[in-house]
Design a protein around this ligand. Structure first.
Ligand SMILES: NC(=O)CC[C@H](N)C(=O)O
Length: 353
């Protein structure tokens, strides 16, 4: 008898070993990243998902809180071929089920062939395959999580000071800590605002840039944030990362669609169409911009041609589908944050007095 089961939407129930007990459900996705497991497990973009690591051993350099991207674990469960005790103990203390000793090559192949799929997990003493199936029965499609932004956004406005060189209004749709620190490291003060914030609140703040963060779920479910982009387009420079790019595209008359199994890993090649330079990027997304609307596509994924960067130079809009800020890296594209803050200088040149 096993002490863990995962029930898949394709009808199979697989046996595994319990590393952190519990019963849960979510959209089963995989990442090919071989480092950065603490960052991935605390990335709010994984809310309502079950994260499978295709790399075989997860946890071989321990668990350190200073590498976390947020204050809690976001995937509903974690799956690997083998978790170290450090990771298993951490996930158990967070109440997040973890299972290993499972054929992850098989799981990843199924996701690649059939797409990201619903799953149910039951782990711990006395669980049965039926318990995992019962979880699967209750699993919703990602697009049905209409309030997912509210699950991860900041309850109140907070400020992270970086030197006062610019005021960034960061709309927190589930922002990673590294986005904030990438901006404060460059001298900006970052005002972290709820994704439900009003245009008036932003006007009161009088920021230099509107920055739309990464986040979980379907970008179509972030209507308030989309309306903020519509409101401030042309008035403020606007930047976005990942979910942020998707929301900005929608605000400019574009569209997004769900990918079969998405991009999750640390070696996605992206070409800049202007310079012809290819950078290696970290990615974590299941939706893509299928139509950029009024914006220009400036960067594309070398593997599948999907839109990786959007811009409108005149209006001061730049976005990235990937994560320039990602830790542990690669850091090829960190210059994005310099480009964002350079839009501020263009808009309001510093005058000598
Ligand atoms: N990392 C993100 O911001 C993810 C964006 C969106 N939830 C997607 O899956 O495509």
């Amino acid at each position: 008898m096993s002490d863990a089961y995962i029930a898949l939407a394709d009808g199979r129930v697989l046996e595994a070993r319990c590393r952190a007990p519990g019963r849960t459900r979510g959209e089963l996705v995989f990442t090919t990243a071989y480092t950065g497991y603490e960052e991935s497990l605390t990335d709010p973009s994984y809310e309502e998902q079950v994260l499978t690591f295709s790399y075989t051993l997860i946890g071989n350099y321990g668990v350190r809180a200073d590498r976390f991207e947020s204050s809690r674990v976001h995937p509903r469960a974690a799956v690997a071929r083998e978790f170290t005790d450090d990771v298993a103990t951490w996930l158990e203390s967070e109440g997040v089920p973890a299972i290993d000793h499972i054929e992850t090559r098989d799981l990843v192949t199924s996701i690649r062939e059939e797409g990201a799929m619903k799953c149910g997990i039951a782990a711990g003493e006395d669980v049965t395959p039926e318990d995992a199936k019962a979880e699967l029965e209750q699993c919703k499609e990602m697009s049905e999580h209409t309030e997912i932004g509210q699950q991860v956004t900041t309850p109140e406005t907070t400020v992270r000071r970086g030197g006062g060189e610019a005021d960034v209004a960061l709309i927190d749709c589930g922002a990673k800590g590294s986005i904030i620190s990438s901006l404060t490291d460059r001298g900006a003060d970052v005002h972290v605002l709820s994704c439900q914030t009003s245009a008036e609140d932003i006007r009161d703040l009088d920021p230099d840039v509107l920055f739309i963060s990464n986040g979980p779920g379907d970008p179509a479910n972030f209507q308030n944030t989309q309306s903020l982009v519509e409101e401030f387009a042309g008035e403020l420079p606007i930047a976005g990362i990942c979910l942020g790019q998707q929301i900005v595209a929608r605000a400019f008359g574009g569209d997004t669609e769900k990918m079969a199994f998405g991009h999750r890993g640390v070696n996605q090649p992206v070409i800049d169409l202007d310079s012809n330079q290819v950078v290696m990027t970290t990615q974590n997304h299941g939706y893509t911009v299928s139509d950029p609307g009024d914006l220009d596509v400036t960067q594309r994924n070398v593997n599948d041609d999907t839109a990786e960067g959007l811009a409108d130079e005149e209006l001061g809009i730049i976005t990235r589908q990937y994560h320039p800020e990602a830790n542990p890296g690669p850091h090829d594209s960190l210059g994005f944050f310099d480009d964002v803050l350079a839009m501020v200088d263009k808009q309001s040149p510093v005058t000598a007095d």
